[in-house]
Each structure stands twice: as C-alpha cells, then as structure tokens.
Write a new protein. Structure first.
Lengths: 156, 156
C-alpha cells in the first residue's frame, strides 16, 4: 500500500503544480498538459506490461488487457465494468477509482474531479496508442469515487 | 513491480515538465520546485506510515525508521548504509537508487542526476519535518546508480 500512496500523493502534487504554473491564458490547457503526461507514461508502461504477452488477436482483447492487467498494475484493482457498442466505443467503469477516493467525501470537490482524471485519460490513450489503436479518451464522474472512461476508437 | 513503474515514470515526467515550464530566469529553481513537491509528499506519507507506530524515543530511532520502513515503502528496498557523526549529521547511502537506475548506463547522464534526486531530498525533509526534526537534505552521486543523501539536523 505504501508505494501506491507515493504515486497518489505525487499525482496530487502534479495536478496542483500544473494548475499553479499555468499562465492565465492557458487555464483550459491544464487538463491537456496532464493528459499529455499520462500519455507518455502510458506508452512506457504498456511496453513493460506486454513484454511477455502474446500478440493480441482482436481489439476487444486489447481493451480487456487494459481493464485487467494494466489497470491492476496501475491502480491495484481491475476495472469493474466494461461495456461496448461493438462499433469502436468502449466504456470502462471503476466504482472506486483510486485517484478520486481521497476527495470523494461529499460533493464539494465534484467540480475539481476532471483535473484528477486527465492524467488517467492520457494513460489509457498512451497504452492503446502503443498497441496500434488511436483513440480519444474522455472521463465522466457522477457519484465519486466512481467514474467512467469512454474510449472512442478513431478509424483511419 | 507495476505500481513502482507508474511512480517512476510519473516522476520522470515531472522532472521534465518542471524543466520545460520553468521560465528562463528561474532555471536554478528547478531543483527547489521538485524539492518542495517532495517535501509535501513526504509529510503526507510519513503520517500514513507512522499511524500505528509507537512514539520514537531518540533522533536515531527516527532516522532508522526512515532508512528501513519509509525507504522500503517508497522505493521497495532499505537504505544500504547509514552513517552518522553523532552530532546531527546522517548520511544515507543507497547503492542502487531506484530513480537513477533508468539513466545509469554510462556517465552521460551524470550531470542530470541532481534533478532526479531533488524530489527525494524533499521527501526525506518532509518526513523528518513531520516528526519534529528540521533539517537540510542534500544529495550526492559519484557512481550511478549509487547515491548518498546527507541530512543535517538544524538545532533551533
């Protein structure tokens, strides 16, 4: 549990550092900066994770790998629910998302939640990108600490 | 190992983000910004770590706790060597410091090493500060990935 704490606390610091260091005219870019960091981390992580994994045969296999192995590695639990429309949209639901847990008492921080999800959106996008899937990842929170990540595959 | 990787990669991203976002006139502040982040993370971490620990009786007990429990929690190994002059100076040596390992092939990154140690200097300072010890923490690298952290207790 200790190492998890280190990551969690460092993540909080980064969110606040990026907020503080952003110039006035780039307040909207905070999420995008955090997303980029997540993207690069996701790319490197998935390389480690798939080093000894056989090649995936379908898109769904890749998404399942992210839901199970990758999520467990990053957040010490699997995604709770995966849904898809079988047309390139996948929704990953985590009922107790680790990075939201510390701020999920009451509704007062609901507004701040998106900033705490941007890194993870990037993390997913980076991981999938390295496996050859270009996508857009967005997050949605209704009741903290539950949240949903929506992956939309971009066909080229 | 997976979660460690997440922390390590996030740490790398932060070092590079702080470098990029620093204005020209504050290049020297990069280490100090990273140190401050580490300080705040260290403060929060030590609270978790000592929640069920009996009160420490001596300064040396606190330092030993940092070398063993705290270091294991953060870096998955203990400090390899602890030395002290018994006058408020402690030197913690880690022969394979995790945040230096990825860049320790050859000497080419030796110059960049201090930036990868600043966060950890702050981490130690924050942890000790929360246990009532004010100190200055500096780091020194001779042969990567080994490094030494020097703690100088500030008596008031």
């Amino acid at each position: 549990m200790a190492d998890e704490v280190l990551f969690e606390f460092l993540h909080m610091e980064i969110v606040s550092y990026v907020q503080r260091s952003a110039k006035k005219d780039e307040k909207e870019n905070i999420a995008s900066k955090l997303e980029s960091m997540g993207f690069r981390v996701g790319q490197r992580m998935i390389e480690r994770f798939t080093r000894e994994t056989p090649r995936f045969s379908t898109e769904l296999d890749i998404i399942k790998f992210v839901c199970k192995d990758f999520w467990s590695g990053a957040f010490k639990k699997q995604v709770d629910n995966l849904r898809t429309n079988h047309q390139g949209v996948y929704v990953l639901q985590d009922n107790k998302f680790k990075l939201l847990v510390p701020m999920s008492a009451g509704k007062q921080y609901l507004e701040a939640a998106p900033r705490y999800l941007a890194f993870t959106c990037g993390l997913i996008r980076g991981a999938l990108s390295n496996l050859g899937m270009n996508c857009v990842v967005t997050a949605e929170v209704s009741t903290m600490p539950a949240c949903k990540f929506q992956i939309m595959i971009q066909r080229s």
